[in-house]
Design a protein. Structure first.
Length: 478
């Protein structure tokens, strides 16, 4: 595929039948008229994909962009008489009637794929996109040949809550119109401070059609989650999300679950956030109270059951407990790790990592032995050098390590242990705070250490590299 800057073109060659186009700039320069100007170049295009992006970085730039002149003659719109497939990725604030101007230029369009990306700004007209009747009216008026309509829309909007029943019913027309067509709508409260909700609306087969933009699910607050679809059951929610492999979940209060199968069954990277509910006074008061242990165990077990309603944990390979995940939640960490038997990458804060209740936990030692990647960087909290020996005992299969220590002296001691004890290590990254004075870690030093520790292993000396900028040292071994 050839990359072209078409901003100064007067036309495209007749041999150009497929075009992927990115138009980015400030809201004052990227508009429907920017698109229509490009359409006048696309005489022979059959397959077209466009990304429209509003980017504030362009707002004060010195780039000369022709000003948009409103089109006064709708009969003079450019016509793409050969275009049969169109994908539109929208990361810009457009109302849906602007989209209708684009569609008017495509009289024989057969396939339309639409991706509305989440925008930080709260749009005043998002409900237009979520009304199937509006789409139906446009298609009937301008796209008589359309046979495929797939979409993935992520909307952030202020409350009041959207009527999910209305949205689903408005799209029911397309269930009968197109083959193997269904849609689903998910909604949850996204930002409690400003009373904002996140809405995802997507079709069953959109992941097979939308080619350029990466589809993803924003941070999901489980407590307020709701879902509906054009199907009679929501137990096959996962079939709509077979393309989603990364998920971030926030569990606070547990809400009623109205489905019987995990909502997301193809997740390989899972981030979990569970805040501390109890006050510090409560924790201090109950510290010698056996009942607190019973309650914590029960609560952690209930959290795991609730989490399993959202994610099929068997497929998770990379697991992250956010830096705010408190050490008092260690039982949650234990049970979640036990429920993810295939996990091989772990991101965890340092207080949890060094906690005896976890690191010496007999239930977790078999899981620790299969971990290949650990990242444990917590602001102002350091990995203790005295912990290094136990660390390599618990995690003997590590290939990739990222840590934070206090000083370069600590760093040197820890690196020496890793180089001589971890046979499979291939990458080290250690942050340190104080200025270093004597750095012994040259490529020659590392190669010598590895040969002394593992004399039978073959070392590719060309792959060994070291970088130290005074704050971070990185070592590559393969």
């Amino acid at each position: 595929m050839t990359t072209l800057d078409v901003s100064n073109y007067t036309s495209l060659g007749s041999n150009v039948t497929l075009l992927n186009l990115w138009i980015a700039g400030s809201p004052s320069t990227v508009s429907i008229y920017s698109v229509l100007r490009v359409f006048r170049l696309c005489h022979r295009i059959r397959y077209l994909c466009i990304i429209l992006q509003h980017d504030k970085r362009f707002e004060n730039s010195n780039v000369n962009v022709p000003s948009d002149e409103p089109l006064t003659n709708e009969n003079d719109l450019p016509i793409l008489s050969h275009l049969t497939s169109f994908e539109l990725n929208l990361d810009a604030i457009f109302d849906i009637w602007s989209i209708s101007y684009i569609l008017r230029c495509m009289p024989i369009l057969k396939h339309f794929y639409f991706h509305l990306m989440p925008h930080k700004s709260l749009w005043p007209f998002t409900n237009q996109y979520l009304d199937g009747n509006v789409w139906k009216e446009m298609f009937e008026q301008y796209l008589p040949c359309l046979s495929k309509f797939e979409f993935y829309m992520v909307v952030l909007k202020r409350l009041p809550k959207l009527d999910l029943n209305f949205v689903v019913e408005s799209f029911n027309y397309f269930v009968n119109k197109y083959s193997n067509w269904d849609m689903i709508i998910d909604r949850w409260k996204y930002d409690f401070r400003v009373e904002k909700e996140c809405i995802i609306v997507r079709t069953l087969n959109c992941s097979k059609r939308i080619s350029i933009a990466k589809l993803y699910v924003p941070f999901l607050f489980c407590e307020t989650f709701e879902t509906q679809s054009t199907r009679k059951t929501i137990d096959d929610h996962y079939s709509f999300y077979s393309d989603i492999t990364n998920l971030k979940l926030y569990i606070n209060e547990r809400s009623n679950v109205t489905w019987s199968s995990p909502l997301f069954q193809h997740i390989t990277y899972l981030l979990v956030e569970i805040p501390i509910i109890k006050s510090w006074w409560n924790c201090l008061f109950n510290i010698v109270n056996f009942r607190r242990t019973i309650d914590d165990n029960k609560n952690a077990s209930q959290n795991l059951t609730y989490l399993s309603c959202f994610v099929h944990l068997w497929n998770v390979k990379k697991l992250e407990f956010r830096s705010s995940f408190h050490a008092d939640r260690w039982k949650d960490v234990q049970l979640i790790l036990q429920a993810c038997p295939n996990v091989d990458s772990l991101i965890i804060n340092t207080p949890l990592l060094v906690l005896s209740k976890l690191i010496d936990n007999s239930f977790l030692i078999p899981i620790f032995k299969q971990i290949k990647m650990i990242k444990s960087i917590t602001e102002d909290i350091y990995f203790p050098s005295a912990f290094a020996s136990k660390f390599v005992q618990r995690f003997p299969s590590l290939c990739h390590i990222e840590l934070q220590v206090f000083s370069f002296d600590n760093c040197s001691f820890i690196i020496d242990i890793f180089l001589t004890e971890l046979k499979q290590i291939s990458y080290l990254k250690i942050n340190y705070d104080d200025t270093y004075f004597d750095d012994p870690f040259s490529c020659e030093y590392i190669i010598t250490k590895r040969r002394q520790a593992f004399p039978l292993d073959i070392i590719n000396e060309q792959m060994v590299n070291v970088k130290n900028n005074g704050e971070v040292i990185e070592i590559w071994l393969s």
